[in-house]
Design a protein around this ligand. Structure first.
Ligand code: GDP
Ligand code: MG
Length: 163
């Protein structure tokens, strides 16, 4: 099974860094060009003895206008919506992203909200809030690798359990 996943969220929240960390297990400091993403990465995960190929698409450039090509939304089984925990505006903008997602994505799309750039692991208080909206929540760090594998594994598990 190939599961399409896309990374969305404001520019600078760490989407490309998260994907690089997941793909290569390392953090490359400094900004990636806002307009050049790494495209997509394929990763095979084993979930409940089932091999799942996650195809993860990075978005670049478009996020500034919150106008990710609508075809990407239509084809996605899962969306990772990132914000930067040190940037209130990037958090506030998740609401607009969710509106966009609900408008263009499939009704049963798995939505995972990731508070990136987290350096200490504190169980986030908002968890219940996001669960209420059917959104899975985790804090991640593309820098230290905190919860990066967990985020993708959780998405894959959720997709498998729903299929
Ligand atoms: P994108 O525009 O969403 O793709 O964001 P980038 O991956 O280009 O990252 C933007 C900036 O944030 C870069 O300078 C990264 O090095 C930095 N960054 C990304 N993730 C983290 C993180 O988890 N922790 C810290 N401290 N910096 C990060
Ligand atoms: Mg990027």
């Amino acid at each position: 099974v190939i599961l399409q996943t896309i990374l969305v969220g404001d520019s600078g929240v760490g989407k490309t860094s998260l994907l690089v960390q997941f793909d290569q297990g390392k953090f490359i400091p400094g900004s990636f060009s806002a307009t050049v993403g790494i495209g997509f990465t394929n990763k095979v995960l084993t979930v409940d003895e089932l091999k799942v190929r996650l195809q993860i698409w990075d978005t670049a450039g478009q996020e500034r206008f919150r106008s990710v090509t609508h075809a990407y939304y239509r084809d996605a089984q899962a969306l990772l919506l990132l914000y930067d925990i040190t940037s209130k505006s990037s958090f506030d903008n998740t609401r607009a992203w969710l509106t966009e997602i609900h408008e263009y994505a499939q009704d049963d799309v798995v939505i995972m909200l990731l508070g990136n750039k987290s350096s200490i692991h504190i169980k986030p208080l908002q968890t219940w809030f996001w669960q209420e909206y059917g959104v899975i929540f985790l804090e991640t760090s593309a820098k230290t690798g905190l919860n990066v594998d967990e985020a993708f594994t959780t998405v894959a598990k959720e997709l498998v359990s729903r299929s």
